[in-house]
Design a protein around this ligand. Structure first.
Ligand SMILES: C[C@H](CCC[C@@H](C)[C@H]1CC[C@H]2[C@@H]3[C@H](O)C[C@@H]4C[C@H](O)CC[C@]4(C)[C@H]3C[C@H](O)[C@]12C)C(=O)SCCNC(=O)CCNC(=O)[C@H](O)C(C)(C)COP(=O)(O)OP(=O)(O)OC[C@H]1O[C@@H](n2cnc3c(N)ncnc32)[C@H](O)[C@@H]1OP(=O)(O)O
Length: 382
């Protein structure tokens, strides 16, 4: 796999850092999640392919142990508020001094500088600060955050994984590590570059929810079908729009022009009426195989059995039978191989990992006895 041989220490976080770690693990990195001790269970649902070591970083011995792990690793990923790692004596200055090849990755909401740097926040706050949230939502309604996908995951975990891969690539030339300051505000804004840069061509001149791609246009929206399901319509270009009208049984000659903003409410009314006359399966039969850019809005229950996704094997089942998306993109020679075993329990691999990093049994026993580390005795192979 592409990242085989790369060792990552991921300090346990909420959502973006776990996703970043999962991407690295999916593509072959050995990812060790460092959990807190005395935690009943892990809430990391993105732990695929990772191992867990539980270390109490509030002890001197715990901090020394983490430093030793970082000396033998390529990447450390920390998701805490600015200053937390420095307070622990585990900041980039200390760790890079001991391992100059280390990629020290800091995934935060507001970045390592600026007046908000130490403030608590979540996806919705970062999205708001990126400017993007002001553009999301339907006409006449307040801004609406699309799950926590944009800042936490696209602008956060995914962008951060790109940063790590770039730093690893650069290290092959310089031999040096570096510090990555991944701010979710900036990652979200960067993800939204198209929106920023296409303002100059008037794509967003109208209010929120009244533009071409923000549910303003009737030919770029969703419609309810007679069985309470939905179809997604993305027929922007005139040649595709023509096929949409054909599929709906509408006569282009009797309709206002596609780009007449004033007529969009009337077109939407007509499309709504038409889509409500058949089931989702009926409409899929009408539009499959055309270029009308009309697709069913699949639920999680429907998605993996859709023929297209089945043909590509786009979803995988883990050992418990739970389905999830397979890693993307697909690399032809070195594709990702997602771990399909169960997620690691907190501290499940403490003994195994420490032994792998060269600690002697007696040292490990001592740390266990002192509560510096914990090992989940139920699942761990002691
Ligand atoms: C919208 C999303 C988040 C969605 C996630 C949800 C799925 C979960 C959110 C709340 C969860 C529930 C809740 O926790 C209550 C229950 C708990 C129970 O265990 C499980 C069920 C729960 C209902 C639980 C269920 C789910 O998990 C939730 C619903 C996001 O937007 S995520 C993005 C968040 N932002 C960032 O990541 C940006 C960077 N980070 C930060 O800004 C801060 O970390 C943050 C997120 C604001 C949290 O601040 P906090 O004050 O809590 O922490 P920090 O200041 O960062 O300091 C960390 C301290 O922890 C110490 N520490 C770390 N590791 C160790 C260790 N191994 N040993 C000892 N100590 C450790 C560290 O030293 C710091 O200590 P100090 O405070 O003393 O400096």
């Amino acid at each position: 796999m592409a990242l085989a041989g790369v060792r990552v220490i991921e300090l346990a976080g909420l959502a973006p850092a776990p996703f970043c770690g999962m991407i690295l693990a999916d593509f072959g990195a050995k990812v060790i999640r460092v959990d807190r001790t005395k935690v009943a269970m892990s809430m990391d649902t993105q732990a695929r392919g990772k191992r867990s070591v539980a270390i109490n970083l509030k002890t001197e011995a715990g901090r020394t142990l983490l430093r030793k792990l970082c000396v033998q690793s390529d990447v450390v990923l920390e998701p805490y508020r600015k200053g937390v790692m420095e307070k622990l004596g585990l900041g980039p200055r200390e760790l890079l001094m001991e391992n100059p090849r280390l990629i020290y990755t800091r995934l935060t909401g507001y970045g390592q500088s600026g007046s908000y740097a130490t403030a608590a926040g979540h996806d919705i706050n970062y999205l708001a600060m990126s400017g993007l949230l002001s553009r999301l939502g339907r006409s006449g309604e307040k801004p609406y955050a699309p799950l926590n996908l944009v800042a936490d995951f696209a602008g956060g975990g995914l962008t951060c994984a790109l940063g790590i891969v770039l730093a690893l690539l650069e290290r092959t030339k310089s031999g040096k590590g570096q510090v990555i300051d991944a701010s979710m505000v900036e990652g979200a804004a960067y993800t939204g570059s198209f929106v920023w840069k296409s303002r100059s061509v008037g794509l967003w001149d109208r209010s929120r929810g009244e533009n071409l791609l923000d549910s303003g246009a009737p030919f770029y929206d969703t419609y309810e079908t007679s069985d309470g399901k939905h179809m997604a319509v993305g027929a922007i270009e005139p040649q595709f729009y023509k096929q949409l009208l054909q599929g709906l049984g509408l006569d282009a000659g009797e309709l206002p022009p596609q780009m007449s903003f004033d007529d969009w409410p009337e077109l939407r009314r007509l499309f709504t009426q038409r889509f409500a006359s058949k089931t989702q399966a009926d409409w899929s039969r009408v539009f499959d195989g055309t270029d009308a850019c009309v697709t069913p809005v699949l639920t999680f229950d429907q998605v993996s059995s859709h023929p297209h996704n089945q043909e590509r094997g786009s979803f995988v089942k883990d050992s418990s039978g739970d389905e999830s998306p397979r890693p993307a993109p697909v690399l032809s020679r070195t594709p990702a191989e997602p771990g399909l075993g169960s997620n690691p329990d907190t501290g499940e691999h403490t003994v195994e990992v420490l032994a792998e990093y060269g600690f002697k049994s007696a040292e490990i026993e001592q740390m266990l006895a002192a509560g510096v580390v914990e090992c989940n005795a139920v699942k761990a192979k002691l």
